[in-house]
Design a protein around this ligand. Structure first.
Ligand SMILES: Cc1cc2nc3c(=O)[nH]c(=O)nc-3n(C[C@H](O)[C@H](O)[C@H](O)COP(=O)(O)OP(=O)(O)OC[C@H]3O[C@@H](n4cnc5c(N)ncnc54)[C@H](O)[C@@H]3O)c2cc1C
Length: 471
C-alpha cells in the first residue's frame, strides 16, 4: 500500500504538522514541553482547552487549511454528497490536478502521507509536540463486500507488518489500530457471531479451541462449513502473525470495534490474541463502544474472562461510529435498537465504562491499560481529574488519550504539552486508497464534524492575531 517511489510536488503539504517552532530537524522536544515539565501547577488544573494558545504551534498554512477544511466539513449537504462531488471534480479537473487539490485540503488535513518518508516525517513532528502515533491501515470490509480468495487478506496482513515497522520508529510506547475485517471476511465474522448466540454451537467456538487453532493446532469447528473452517484457520494465523510481529517490535495492537452483527466474533479472536500474547503486558487491546446499551456488562465479562485466563487487559473506549446504520438495521429487521436512546445516555454510559476502567488500572497496576479515545472535552477533563485524584501517573501510559489526526488539535496539543500520553489515530496511504475511507468516516462522524465550531473559532482567532500582529 505504501509507495516509496518519486513524490508529487506537494511533499511539504502532506506533512500535517509543520509548526513554526518545530520545523527544524531537531528531535528534542518542543521548548513548551520542557517548560511544562518544570511547571509546578498540577497538570489537571493548568490544562486549558478553551484559549487555543496551543495553536501558536501551527504554521499559517495549517491554520488556513484547517479553517477551509472544517468549513467544508460542517456542511451536512457536502458531507452527504461527498462521493458524487469527488467523482465529478475528478472528471472535471483530471486525475493529476484532482489529486493535488485533495493533497492540499482533505488528505493533507487528515492523512499522514503516502511514502515511508512522508509518514515518518509526520510522526517525527508529532513526537516533537509530545504526541504519540496510533497508525491505522485504512482497509476493512463489510458484509456483502467480500474479496476473492485469501490473497487480499494476506496482502493486508503484509501492509500491517509494514505499518508496525513504521510505528516502531523512535516512538514512546507506539500503538497501531487493527481492523479484523481486513484479515478475515466480514461474512465469516457474521456467521461466527450467529453461532456464538446458539447454545448448541457455543462450546465449539470456546476460547480454548480458538487459541489452539490460532497457535496452529489442526482442529475442526463443527459449526462451520469446510470452506469457513479453512478461511477461519487461515485468518487466525494471520492475526497471530501480526500480533507476534507487534510484540517483537514493542507496538500495542488496538483492535477496532465495528458493527453489532460482527462484534462478538471480533471480541472472540481478540481475546484469543490476548490469551496468547498478553501474558506479561497488555499488548493486545479490545475496543468498547459506549453507545451500545450492553457495553459495560460486556466489558466486565471480558475483564473477568481474561482474569480467569491469567492475562493482561487493554481497552480502547470510544462512543461508537456506526450509529445510523445500527439504528436503521434494527428498524428494518425488527429487533430492539442496541444503541443508547440519546447522546446524553451515551455520555453517561461512557463515563461508567471510563470509571470502571480507571478502577481496574489502579487495582491491577501494570496489567490493565486503557485509552480514552474521544474528542469530548468533558470526558477528557473527567479522566484527567480522576487520574490526579487516584494518583495515576499521567505520562507512564496506563491511561492514555486518543484523537483522530487533524481533529480537535486544541485538546491533543494541550494534553501533549501538559505531559499526558496522547495518541493521534493516523491513516496513511495514497489518495485513492484513503479518500473512500475518509468519506466513510466523515459520514459516521457527522455529529463530530458539525460540532467542530470551537476548533474553527480558535483557528480563526489565532490567524486573526497573526494578521493583526497581536501578541
Ligand atoms: C483514536 C480513536 C479510535 C476510534 N476507534 C473506533 C472504533 O474502533 N470503533 C468505533 O465504532 N469508533 C471508533 N472511533 C470513533 C468514535 O467511536 C466516535 O465516533 C468519535 O470519536 C466521536 O465520538 P466522541 O466521543 O469523540 O465525540 P462526541 O461528539 O462527544 O460524541 C459523538 C458520539 O456520540 C454518540 N451519539 C451521538 N448522537 C447520539 C444519539 N442521538 N444517541 C446515542 N448516541 C449518540 C455517537 O457515538 C457519536 O459518534 C474512534 C475514535 C478515535 C478518536
Amino acid at each position: 500500500m505504501l509507495n516509496c517511489g518519486p513524490r508529487l510536488p506537494h511533499r511539504r503539504l502532506a506533512s500535517l504538522w509543520a509548526p513554526q517552532a518545530a520545523s527544524s530537524k531537531s528531535t528534542s522536544p518542543h521548548p513548551a514541553l520542557q517548560a511544562a515539565a518544570k511547571d509546578p501547577t498540577p497538570a489537571h488544573l493548568s490544562l486549558n482547552l478553551d484559549d487555543g494558545k496551543v495553536f501558536h504551534l501551527k504554521s499559517n498554512w495549517e491554520l488556513t487549511r484547517g479553517l477551509l477544511v472544517f468549513r467544508l466539513c460542517s456542511s451536512p449537504w457536502l458531507v452527504r454528497k461527498a462521493p458524487t462531488v469527488l467523482s465529478i471534480s475528478q472528471r472535471v479537473l483530471g486525475h493529476r490536478l484532482w489529486t493535488s487539490v485533495l493533497r492540499l485540503t482533505l488528505y493533507g488535513q487528515f492523512v499522514a502521507g503516502e511514502t515511508h518518508t512522508e509518514v515518518k516525517e509526520t510522526l517525527r513532528r508529532l513526537q516533537n509536540l509530545g504526541i504519540r502515533p496510533l497508525l491505522a491501515v485504512p482497509i476493512e470490509e463489510d458484509v456483502g463486500q467480500a474479496k476473492e480468495g485469501e490473497d487480499w487478506y494476506d496482502k493486508n496482513a503484509q501492509s500491517m507488518l509494514t505499518c508496525l515497522d513504521l510505528s516502531a520508529v523512535g516512538a514512546i510506547n507506539p500503538m497501531m489500530q487493527l481492523k479484523v475485517t481486513a484479515l478475515m471476511a466480514a461474512a465469516l465474522c457474521k456467521t461466527i457471531t450467529l453461532r456464538l448466540q446458539e447454545q448448541e454451537t457455543k462450546s465449539d467456538l470456546s476460547i480454548k479451541r480458538v487459541v489452539a487453532a490460532m497457535k496452529g493446532e489442526e482442529l475442526n469447528f463443527s459449526c462451520l462449513t469446510q470452506e469457513e473452517n479453512h478461511h477461519f484457520k487461515k485468518s487466525l494465523r494471520r492475526l497471530n502473525s501480526v500480533a507476534q510481529y507487534a510484540v517483537g517490535k514493542g507496538v500495542r495492537v488496538l483492535v477496532d470495534a465495528e458493527y453489532t452483527y460482527i462484534n462478538p466474533a471480533l471480541t472472540l479472536v481478540t481475546v484469543a490474541m490476548m490469551a496468547v500474547w498478553n501474558t506479561q503486558k497488555p499488548w493486545i487491546w479490545n475496543t468498547y463502544q459506549a453507545y451500545l446499551k450492553d457495553t459495560l456488562e460486556r466489558l466486565k465479562q471480558d475483564v473477568a474472562l481474561t482474569e480467569r485466563l491469567g492475562v493482561c487487559f487493554g481497552m480502547k473506549l470510544v462512543r461508537g461510529a456506526y450509529l445510523e446504520k445500527e439504528r436503521k438495521l434494527a428498524k428494518e429487521k425488527g429487533y430492539p435498537d442496541p444503541v443508547q436512546p440519546s447522546w446524553e445516555a451515551t455520555n453517561e454510559n461512557y463515563q461508567c465504562c471510563l470509571d470502571f476502567g480507571l478502577d481496574q488500572v489502579s487495582r491491577a497496576r501494570g496489567r490493565f491499560e486503557m485509552i480514552v479515545a474521544t474528542h469530548n472535552e468533558a470526558s477528557v477533563m473527567h479522566t484527567v481529574q480522576r487520574m490526579a485524584e487516584m494518583g495515576i501517573d499521567k505520562g507512564a501510559g496506563p491511561v492514555s488519550f486518543g484523537q483522530l489526526l487533524g481533529m480537535c488539535d486544541q485538546i491533543s496539543l494541550a494534553l501533549g504539552q501538559a505531559g499526558y500520553a496522547i495518541y493521534k489515530s493516523i491513516p496513511f496511504g495514497s489518495v485513492e486508497e484513503v479518500i473512500p475511507y475518509l468519506i466513510r468516516r466523515a459520514h459516521e462522524n457527522q455529529s463530530v464534524l458539525l460540532g467542530i465550531r470551537k476548533e474553527r473559532d480558535l483557528l480563526q482567532m489565532e490567524l486573526r492575531k497573526r494578521v493583526l500582529r497581536r501578541p
